[in-house]
Design a protein. Structure first.
Ligand code: XUL
Ligand code: CO
Length: 444
């Protein structure tokens, strides 16, 4: 790598420092102290924050009603490859300044797409070399890679679920390359988000064949990972709709059913995105609990939707209550392992200043750091745990235990009720008491 220092792309923005909750500096962390050691690990190691390349460095603020509003100086002039390199220099400067140890990308975020697959692969290789050099120079690592199988018009009717086998083959070739690049850059996970793996109308769709094709595609990916020695974790990112009307990986529960049906469950965990959970009609915490119950909690796409809007608004999440509940479930499940918290979130269309990118991520990181601390405190004190344990205590002994061990029958239970138990005595679920208890932690 050349030693010549590139000019700063964010010249007026500093490396963000932790100044504590009392600071009035808007460009400082109040709660996220990357170097603070908690239980033998730094906060940076616990939280494994990651920046989403597509939003932070490819997002322009465009919407269906108008073009982009966000203009970055490195996006103009020269040829697409030079622009991609200047953009990546800016990205790594940002990762360092915002103190994020990880980033994530789609293949087409970091490199321009060529006219042929061969040319696209060559461009991707050139940008992977540049990324490798920048990773080495900064210490920033790749949380996960993925392939964009939804933007190019060839994928308008799906990639792995396309009715045309030619498109399936093209998508396979693209994922093969993306997996190889992810491995080369030390990516710790690889994500499959089926943006167009669904349908608009059943009038033109063979749902059964499409689901089988999707399963075959994932099996081929597992085979290729094995062939090249990629050891990262495979993740499915569920989303119920948008861009298609119905997507096959609707939510975590349907994802688990799909993976188990096709013998893929050993190879996959879930990348749970907050806004996708709410689009599926669930809370964020619900999706985390469902994945954790199956031992398949992998990683988080950290964002939020706007509950008054029905689409994927990908906002930064500063709802400490929601995040504390999510963190309780994550910590109780033993954490995210090779996963992390990836800010799959974008600036509002009107937030056009470089400083807005900093404020957005500072808020997201602080909210998660605060939620992490609150959740740890709640779990350490164990009041909710004790309440729940007591609520289910009748299953710990006697006939309750026999039910859990499946050592009983309807006949046995009927006899028990008729001869000994009689009518059960209703017990309060005490929801309001528990909500107040939660509030006492959030607002001390
Ligand atoms: C889209 C989305 C994607 C995935 C990666 O809603 O979340 O950016 O995270 O393909
Ligand atoms: Co996402």
């Amino acid at each position: 790598m050349k030693t010549r220092r590139a000019p700063a792309r964010f010249p007026r923005l500093p490396v963000i420092a932790h100044e504590g909750p009392g600071t009035d500096n808007p460009l400082a962390f109040r709660h996220y102290n990357p170097d603070e050691v908690v239980d033998g690990r730094t906060m940076a190691e616990h939280l494994r924050f990651s920046i989403a390349y597509w939003h932070a460095f490819r997002g322009t603020g465009s919407d269906p009603f108008g073009p982009g509003t966000i203009n970055r100086p490195w996006e103009t002039g020269r040829d697409p490859l030079s622009i991609a390199k200047a953009r990546m220099d800016a990205a790594f400067e940002f990762f360092v300044k915002i103190r994020a140890p990880f980033y994530c990308f789609h293949d087409r975020d970091i490199a321009p797409e060529g006219r042929t697959l061969r040319e696209s692969n060559r461009l991707l290789d050139a940008m992977a070399d540049h990324a490798r050099d920048l990773q080495k120079a900064t210490g920033v690592r790749l949380l996960w890679g993925t392939a964009n199988l939804f933007s190019n018009p060839r994928y308008m009717c799906g990639a792995a679920t396309n009715p045309d086998a030619h498109v399936f083959a093209y998508a396979a070739a693209q994922v093969k390359k993306a997996l190889e690049v992810t491995k080369r850059l030390g990516g710790e996970n690889y994500v499959f988000w089926g943006g167009r793996e669904g349908y608009e109308t059943l009038l033109n769709t063979n749902l059964k064949r499409e689901q089988e094709h999707l399963a075959t595609f994932l099996h081929l990916a597992v085979d290729h990972a094995k062939a090249i020695g990629f050891k990262g974790q495979f993740l499915i990112e569920p989303k119920p709709k948008e861009p298609t009307k119905h997507q096959y990986d609707f939510d975590v529960a349907s994802g688990i059913a799909f993976l188990r049906t096709f013998g893929l469950d050993r190879h996959f965990k879930f990348n749970i995105e907050t806004n996708h959970a709410t689009l599926a009609g669930h809370t964020f915490q619900h999706e985390i609990e469902v994945a954790a119950a199956a031992g398949m909690l992998g990683s988080i796409d950290a964002n939020a939707g706007d509950l008054l809007l029905g689409w994927d608004t990908d906002q930064f999440n500063t709802d400490v209550r929601e995040l504390t509940l999510a963190m309780i479930s994550i910590l109780r499940a033993g954490g995210l392992g090779s996963g992390g918290f990836n800010f799959d979130a974008k600036l509002r269309r009107t937030s056009i200043d470089p400083a807005d990118l900093f404020h957005a991520h500072i808020g997201g990181m602080d909210a998660y750091a605060l939620a992490f601390k609150l959740a740890r405190q709640i779990l350490t004190e164990g009041k909710f745990e004790a309440f729940v344990q007591e609520r289910y205590a009748s299953y710990d002994t006697g006939y309750g235990r026999a039910i859990e061990k499946r050592r009983t029958s309807f006949r046995d239970l009927e006899k028990l009720v008729l001869t000994q138990l009689g009518e059960p005595k209703p017990r309060s679920g005490r929801q309001e008491y528990l909500e107040n208890l939660l509030m006492s932690y959030l607002h001390r």
